[in-house]
Design a protein around this ligand. Structure first.
Ligand code: RIB
Ligand code: CA
Length: 313
């Protein structure tokens, strides 16, 4: 099986960090062409630094990391330091990465790569607000049909919102970019809160990662120990939802996940429900299906995959 070529678009973020580690630990299945960073959980200056730090923790300093947009397409940036801490990677001892940030802008890298690689051979994996993808599609509509698939973390239906009562963070920060992506016609697989809230970092699961007794295992367990406190306090859950690694795990073991191919649209006008993803799960409209909306996963299998792959780094 040839490795699938992907671009990870991300706003690290502890859960983004685990997704990046999982991807870099899986070269047989995944060829990471580049990591493009976007403002989201924390400002761009932090997300790009965090992405390079994670690549060094994974001992993959040759990975190409790019800085993309520092703000949404049309709105002021909303960040989530209350969840991720001021650095975006609170928990472990952090350090200044030595590996370089690529000089090319991340959005330009997305456009150039999709034009250079064979049509239908590159998958985009957005793990944060869709600002970079939205700008790329606006500036270079010719690349849209060249995308193999977009597998994104974002949205919610039965789980409703996490940043407002109606909206999930990634979609809420840049609803206009999400609207461009959802209406693009590109094959889309969505990992909404409906599935990620079933992927909880319970104490036994974090203990299994810490039991790796490795730099990567300790760094990851320290991140998760910090990251989960917010959701445990808010939801009274037994752990924090490991959102973004669902995207990468789906690439490696899609059978861990299940969902429906349905219509999903996003609210971009209402102040009350801005960023809400309206998912026609029950097929009550004649709106065409535009996304595989994932609703469930084998959580034990998911964490088993993550732990085994982290052991490789
Ligand atoms: O709502 C969860 C999403 O927002 C995750 O991608 C998390 O990293 C934040 O970006
Ligand atoms: Ca993220």
């Amino acid at each position: 099986m040839t490795a699938r070529k992907i671009i990870i678009d991300t706003d690290p973020g502890q859960d983004d960090a685990v997704a990046i580690l999982l991807a870099l630990a899986s070269p047989q299945e995944i060829d990471v062409l580049g990591i493009t960073c976007v403002a989201g959980n924390v400002p761009l200056s932090r997300t790009e630094t965090n992405a390079r730090m994670i690549c060094e923790v994974a001992a993959r300093p040759q990975t190409k990391v790019f800085a993309g947009r520092s703000s949404p397409l049309q709105r002021p940036l909303v960040t989530a330091e209350h969840v991720h801490g001021k650095t975006g990677l609170d928990g472990p001892d952090l350090f200044e990465p030595a590996m370089p940030l690529q000089s090319q802008n991340g959005v330009d890298f997305i456009i150039e790569t999709l034009r250079a690689e064979p049509a239908g051979s590159v998958t985009l994996c957005p793990l944060g607000p869709l600002s970079n993808i939205g700008e790329a599609f606006q500036r270079a509509p010719d690349i849209i049909d060249r995308v193999q698939e977009i597998i994104l973390m974002g949205g919610a239906y039965f789980e409703v919102g996490n940043i407002t009562p109606a909206a999930e963070f990634n979609i809420y920060v840049d609803p206009e970019a999400a609207d461009i992506v959802l209406k693009s016609g590109t094959p889309i697989t969505m990992m909404p809160l409906d599935v990620t809230h079933k992927a909880l970092t319970t104490p036994p699961r974090i203990a299994a990662i810490r039991a790796l007794n490795s730099r990567v295992g300790d760094f990851t367990a320290d991140m998760l120990d910090f990251f989960e406190r917010f959701d445990i306090e808010k939801y009274g859950s037994e752990g924090g939802p490991l959102h973004d690694p669902c995207v990468i795990a789906y690439l490696i073991q899609p059978e861990l996940f299940s969902g429906r191919h349905i219509n999903v649209e996003v609210e971009t006008q209402s102040d009350l429900t801005l960023g809400m993803t309206v998912a026609d799960w029950w097929g009550v409209t004649d709106r065409p299906a535009n996304a595989l909306f994932i609703g469930d996963l084998d959580a034990d299998g998911f964490f088993d995959l993550i732990t085994k792959r982290l052991a490789r780094l």
